[in-house]
Design a binder for this molecule. Structure first.
Ligand code: KIV
Length: 299
């Protein structure tokens, strides 16, 4: 590569704000809950977005199996594998300095204790995650206990659990009615007792999420569960409006990045076709001969 063509590496912390601890750890989430400071979380799948997320001082980053939907274009998360999560998690880890990094355990990757230990171990050792997340209630308690005993922090996930989409008869709101409400409260308590350090609660009525959050000492992180949770999580691509057509009730588009990308690509196409891009300032010339540089330096 020519001397005058150094590749620009974006500085870290470009947009950094005063962000508290140097690295968010599992105990910080409980502290934030008890200080009544809401926890912020998003999903992320690559290093470039991870740098931006960290610059915004988001507390928790989840490499979610939602990557099946937003990265792979699948209809469900069931096709996502441990290799996929490890690959994306390692990329995200390279972009993060501050956020707490959680790797999602994909469908069937925690079907028994041995399989769960092996796969969760890979998330931490190869994916550089700080914790794993897994879906389920009372039925996953033995798995959580085994992982926690092995020194692997576990975030639970109850309510709508997308890996059970077919068993649930579709992605629908959970916890409606007394029987489901009781079952969710019981699951949450059991997961906390098993050692989970936080719980994602997805697509449940706001009143139930609030009740759960008040009943637990660990933090709840809600998605489609109202404002009564200790924190909120959204799929990054959803909240950035990367897919403008996808706007379920629980999602807010905090930006219109999808539209901005299409507009930028349109400008690029127009300038290329008009012969306006690349302009002279985007074009490499022969390097200035060393002798000429020396002459300039010595007048
Ligand atoms: O996979 C994912 O993105 C998730 C969040 C929606 C919580 O599990």
């Amino acid at each position: 590569m020519q001397e005058n063509s150094t590749v620009a590496v974006p500085p870290r912390g470009l947009y950094a704000v005063d962000s508290g601890p140097a690295r968010i750890r599992i105990h910080h989430l409980t502290e934030l809950k008890h200080k009544r400071q809401r926890i912020t979380a998003v999903t992320c799948y690559d290093a470039t977005f991870a740098r931006l997320v960290d610059s915004a001082a988001i507390d928790v980053v989840l490499v979610g199996d939602s990557l099946g939907n937003v990265i792979q274009g699948q209809e469900t998360t069931l096709q996502v594998t441990v290799d996929h999560i490890v690959y994306h998690c390692a990329a995200v880890a390279r972009g993060l300095q501050r956020a707490h990094l959680v790797a999602d355990m994909p469908f069937m990757s925690y079907r028994n204790v041995d399989v769960a230990l092996q796969n969760a171990g890979r998330m931490l050792a190869q994916g550089h995650a700080h914790a794993v997340k897994l879906e389920g209630g009372l039925e996953v308690v033995p798995i959580v206990e085994a992982l926690v005993a092995a020194g692997i922090p576990v975030m639970g996930h109850i309510g709508l659990t997308p890996q059970s989409v077919h068993a649930l008869g579709g992605n629908r709101v959970q916890g409606r009615g007394d029987r489901q409400r009781k079952r969710l409260l019981q699951s949450a308590q059991a997961l906390q007792a098993a050692g989970c350090y936080a719980l994602v609660v997805e697509a449940i009525p706001a009143a139930l999420a609030q009740e759960l959050s008040a009943a637990l000492t660990i933090a709840t992180i809600g998605i489609g569960a109202g404002a009564g949770c200790d924190g909120q999580i959204l799929v990054l691509y959803d909240m950035l409006g990367l897919n403008p057509q996808f706007k379920p009730k629980f999602v807010k588009h905090f930006a219109q990045i999808g539209e901005a990308i299409v507009a930028a690509l349109g400008h690029y196409k127009a300038e290329v076709q008009a012969g306006e891009f690349p302009a002279p300032e985007h074009t490499y010339n022969d390097p200035t001969p060393v002798a000429a540089v020396k002459r300039q330096a010595h007048g």
